[in-house]
Write a protein that binds this ligand. Sequence first.
Ligand SMILES: [Fe+2]
Length: 343
Amino acid sequence: MFRLAHISDIHLSPLPAPTLRELISKRITGYINWRSNRKGTMTGTTLDALLADIRELAPDHVAVTGDLVNLALDEELETARRWLQALGDPANVSVVPGNHDAYVPGAFDKVCRSWAPWMTGDGVNSPVDRNSFPYLRVRANVALIGVTTARATAPFMANGFFMEGQAERLGKVLDATAKEGLFRAIMIHHPPVRGAVSQHKRLFGISRFNKVIRRHGAELVLHGHSHLPSLFAIGPRGAKVAVVDRRWLLVGSMNMDGRSARSNTEVGLVIDSADLAEEALVLMNEYWSNSHYRLRLAERDQRVEWVAPDGDGTAVHRAEPYVSWFKRLRLGVMSMFIAEDLL
Ligand SMILES: [Fe+2]
């Protein structure tokens, strides 16, 4: 078993006193904000306890999804570098930058230079820059893929950006690692989910990112930025959870087909608890209703339809979304020769 720890948005404290020259920028608003709100939120004690916990669990790898610093002052970047050094061997710690790490123009490049050992892909010798993302590190059967969304923004803004070039490169990395049969874990600072954070903090390129995931697949996406514990699902694949008659809850990795039941070494746990079943329904309705399709049988011909929220209404698909006509054709042909529960 591969054990992966995830830590994010540590905003290392205390903030060194900035010089007047350093304050003449977006930093002035950030400094006032830090003095009034953030000061003391992540004290050395909290962080020490967190690190002690991670050490005790002895994970195989640690993923750090950005915002290690506050105003990207030179001294902060150096403190963060030393903190990373203490965290572990750069081969076992992977970092992606957050908006605070790229707080002002020029900071992103400094971060790339200073934290390069933690942001360099396997077998890469060239310097780290914006174009070297996403980087890929393979550890055991896990592909750790680091995406950057960090960019200096206007005062009071904390947006992230996922643009076309990186989307294209990410698609290729996902395809290559899928061929190797690896578990693909993407690290990204901004949550690639609509509504996860307020407008001035949102990621530009959510649809683009989701399109890449739907088309090329990924098993796990780790994000930070929101400072909240949250769980979302993207695309047609995901956890297998079913609630039956508001009483039984099925959860696990097992596909609900005959082949998984007989041949695969996977788990499906059936829980007979109306309370838990009800909690799962609330979770599904509150958090997943906007990112999942609801299946139903069409009245006119009893064929399966995929229903998704679309603005104020719903969109109904008569064929499975994001499945190409070629795949449908292939499954159609295969179904003539192979029993349906073995497909
Ligand atoms: Fe952030």
